[in-house]
Design a protein around this ligand. Structure first.
Ligand code: PAZ
Length: 334
């Protein structure tokens, strides 16, 4: 990957907390070499072929929940996008995300009474299925488990039509589907939550710049030049879902960057919550950044050592968000 592709997206308005952190400062001072706006992105790229089918499913699910007067609905995005390197794709760039956070969180939102649209990377982890994904047992095994609550919970989700599964593969699929979901959720206003846990690529190669056929190795090494994926949080917050409750995640590997960059994202886009997590500790600890507050949620040592049904950090995250979302909904009515 050449240097251009390594340039981070830069913040234009660095907050004080970043100014006091030289590491974060230098990252945030890098300027994007090319940044197309989201509208241009949608005109330059074709919508995925499955979009009309996805929209039909969304229409049916949302109409059902409007009729049922379901109090809350959440879009959970989960798993990593791929970035194709050829139009007839043989190779692509992927990332580490297995979709654990999204799948676990979807279960906790269902338990909290939310209808859930689970927008996930094809073949990544899914709610409930994730419990047997590793040992290749069947959903039947899960349903036949001793835990009666788990079973009745799953059956309720099926009979009450509370979970809609939709998929993406590439970053383009992700952006087109996300924009469509916002259209369908508009009637829910503040009662809709967006929980954006997917790991979405920051860089891509536009179709027009991609080679049609498989990249050949005859000429030696490979240098890639990638464009920056537009920052879709801005239109999401300001145009597509301005009344809804929006939670984004920020992943870093350098601890010194995490909080400054999470704060920066919140200031830049003006949504409700950024949840910061580090690659190595993400299953154990996260930091909430809101306009008023900053606090950490963690699993205790005792909780981590439990061998039978160890608690998951997602239970704590969702608990906290449900509480904050309630305050938001009430405040929006005032
Ligand atoms: O999918 P997973 O459970 O392995 O990882 C979850 C996560 C780290 C992708 C998520 O918590 C997250 O931080 N998503 C946003 C990543 C980003 O900064 O784009």
């Amino acid at each position: 990957m050449d240097r251009k592709a390594e340039v981070f997206n830069a913040g234009r308005d660095s907050p004080d907390s970043i100014a006091s952190n030289p590491g974060a400062q230098s990252v945030l001072e890098s300027r994007p070499y090319e940044q197309i706006d989201p509208d241009t992105y949608f005109t330059m790229n074709s919508a995925p072929t499955q979009l009309p089918a996805v929209e039909a499913q969304l229409a049916e699910f949302v109409t059902y929940h409007q009729r049922q007067e379901t109090p809350r609905i959440v879009l959970v995005t989960s798993g990593g996008t791929i970035v194709p390197l050829e139009n007839q794709t043989v190779r692509f760039i992927d990332n580490f995300s297995a979709g654990t956070r999204g799948a676990a969180s979807a279960e906790y939102f269902l338990q909290a009474g939310y209808a859930v649209i689970f927008m996930h990377r094809e073949r990544s982890l899914q709610p409930f299925n994730r419990h047997f994904a590793q040992d290749k047992a069947g959903l039947l095994d899960y349903l036949c488990a001793d835990d009666a609550d788990q079973v009745s919970g799953t059956v309720q989700i099926q009979t009450k039509n509370l979970l809609l599964l939709i998929t993406f593969m590439t970053v383009a699929d992700y952006l087109f589907v996300l924009r469509s979901v916002t259209n369908y959720l508009t009637p829910f206003g503040s009662r809709a939550m967006y929980y954006l846990a997917a790991a979405v690529s920051d860089f891509f190669i536009p179709a027009q710049k991609m080679t049609e056929h498989k990249i050949q190795s005859a000429h030696g090494g490979l240098t890639l030049t990638m464009d920056q994926v537009p920052k879709f949080l801005r239109p999401l917050v300001h145009e597509w879902a301005p009344q809804s409750y929006i939670v984004s995640f920020k992943l870093e590997t350098d601890e010194r960057l995490l909080i400054p960059k999470a704060k920066h994202a919140l200031m830049r886009y003006g949504h409700q919550v950024v949840i910061g997590n580090l690659l190595l500790t993400r299953k154990r600890t996260v930091t909430f950044i809101t306009r008023q507050d900053q606090f950490t949620l963690s699993l205790t040592n005792d909780e981590c050592q439990q061998t039978m049904s160890p608690p998951e950090i997602e239970a704590k995250i969702v608990d906290e968000l449900v509480r904050q979302h309630t305050v938001f909904v009430v405040g929006s009515r005032a």
